[in-house]
Design a protein around this ligand. Structure first.
Ligand code: DOR
Ligand code: ZN
Length: 424
């Protein structure tokens, strides 16, 4: 089957393309990008006045399968992904059981083969059971097909163990992704430490608990001469530390999530547990630093940190509620609203953060729209308004920080491996 996408604004920063072009998809690959392509047999999609971009590669997604299928499954998460314009997700390993051995990875691969509507890559754990005590067999995990390792949700406290992990990951050719948090400092905190935490009577999580661990993780990566990727950067000091490290040539990359460039700790004033995530929403100053980091290239990637939780786990006292928000279906719109519309990034810039940079970091061919690359493509109406509500979210869990928000930007088509997997 072939698909001809006609007359859209095609954005491919890798190949410096930002022009009104046609794209021909044959099989699971892009076979031609040019003006006025003719293809008799192809199904035609009219993309006039629309953005045509590579599918989003979201490198921070909690699928919850195996173990917490009441929150989300491979089937429901990848449906949400397709609706949000995401064609590849990196599945975080804090499942039950954790993805700490090849047997677990193989089991998940079977489920993916059966149920996934978009590409799902697996992230293995750094330590067994994510307990921070004993390293997983990192070489064996690589062999089983994982794309990265992380103890996401936790940080590995021991410097020695973390250094060893970075060395092993380097040997295996795997990326290490750090959830950089010093638990001794964040303790039982539930929101950002500051005036609001005092006013609300809630325990605070300091910036220090994040940036001190970011600094440590980068220092260890330098020692190991290995690459490191810092997950969900939320505060200004982390951005500064990463910027400095990049200048000295350390192989550090990082991501932030839409809530950190859209919302501040003021969203917590009503004790809304859908605003509770880890790291927490920070101050206006931090938000500005995140935007600046995206603009100047310090922050490479936007990822959702899609973290579904059931209503029972969210609709309770603030301190007991789970950390995390869903984000697959709103991440692109959030970027359009907060970054594109406010002049922080242009369309090629957005495509770099959502598509190209994660592809480069994970070593994927996708994230571009050149001849021969995988036909993972989205067609977007970037001015289309919509209101986020529980009814229009297809994720199994509805714990979005953007419920009730009017956003601009709707995905019209998501094409994954040459197949239309979502149509608005
Ligand atoms: O808010 C969060 N939720 N932060 C994490 O690091 C983990 C995630 C989850 O798994 O729910
Ligand atoms: Zn995390």
């Amino acid at each position: 089957m072939s698909i001809l996408i006609k007359g859209g604004r095609v954005i491919d920063p890798e190949n410096k393309i930002d022009a009104k072009l046609d794209i021909l998809v044959e099989g699971n690959k892009i076979s031609k990008v040019a003006k006025n392509i003719q293809a008799q047999e192809a199904t035609i999609i009219d993309a006039d006045n629309k953005i045509v971009a590579p599918g989003i590669i979201d490198m921070h997604v909690h699928l919850r399968q195996p173990g917490r299928e009441d929150k989300e499954t491979v089937a429901t998460a990848t449906l949400a992904a397709a609706k949000g314009g995401v064609t590849t997700v990196l599945a975080m390993p804090n499942t039950q059981p954790a993805m700490d051995c090849p047997e677990g990875v193989r089991l998940l691969q079977e489920i993916i083969k059966k149920d996934a509507k978009v590409n799902v890559l697996i992230c293995g754990t750094i330590t067994k059971g994510r307990l921070g005590e004993e390293l997983s067999d990192i070489a064996a995990l690589k062999k089983s097909g994982v794309y990265a390792i992380s103890d996401d949700g936790c940080s590995v406290d021991s410097d020695e163990l973390m250094l060893e992990a970075l060395k092993k990951a380097k040997q295996a050719g795997l990326l290490t992704i750090c959830h950089s948090e010093d638990k001794k400092l964040s303790g039982k905190g539930v929101i950002n430490l500051g005036f609001n935490s005092t006013r609300l009577g809630l325990r605070g999580i300091s910036n220090e608990s994040e940036y001190k661990r970011v600094r440590r993780d980068i220092e260890l990566a330098k020692k190991a001469a290995s690459a490191v990727h810092i997950a969900h950067v939320s505060c200004r000091e982390s951005v500064e530390i990463i910027a400095q490290a990049k200048k000295t040539g350390i192989k550090v990359t990082c991501e932030t999530a839409p809530h950190y460039f859209t919302l501040t700790e003021d969203a917590l004033l009503g004790y809304d547990t859908n605003m509770k995530m880890n790291p927490p929403l920070r101050s206006k100053k931090d938000l500005m630093a995140i935007k600046q980091g995206l603009k100047d290239g310090t922050i490479d990637v936007i990822a959702s940190d899609h973290a579904p939780h059931t209503e029972n786990e969210k609709d309770i006292e603030f301190e007991r509620a789970e950390f995390g928000v869903v984000g697959l279906e709103t991440e692109l719109s959030a970027g359009i609203n907060e970054l594109l519309a406010k002049g922080v990034l242009d369309w090629p810039g957005l495509v770099e953060k959502y598509c190209l940079n994660p592809a480069k970091i994970l070593g994927l061919e996708a994230g571009r729209l050149a001849k021969g690359t995988p036909a993972d493509i989205i067609i977007v109406s970037d001015q289309e308004p919509w209101v986020v509500d529980k009814q229009n979210l297809v994720s199994k869990s509805k714990n979005s920080a953007f419920l009730g928000y009017s956003l601009k930007g709707a995905v019209d088509y998501t094409i994954c491996k040459g197949q239309v997997v979502y149509k608005r």
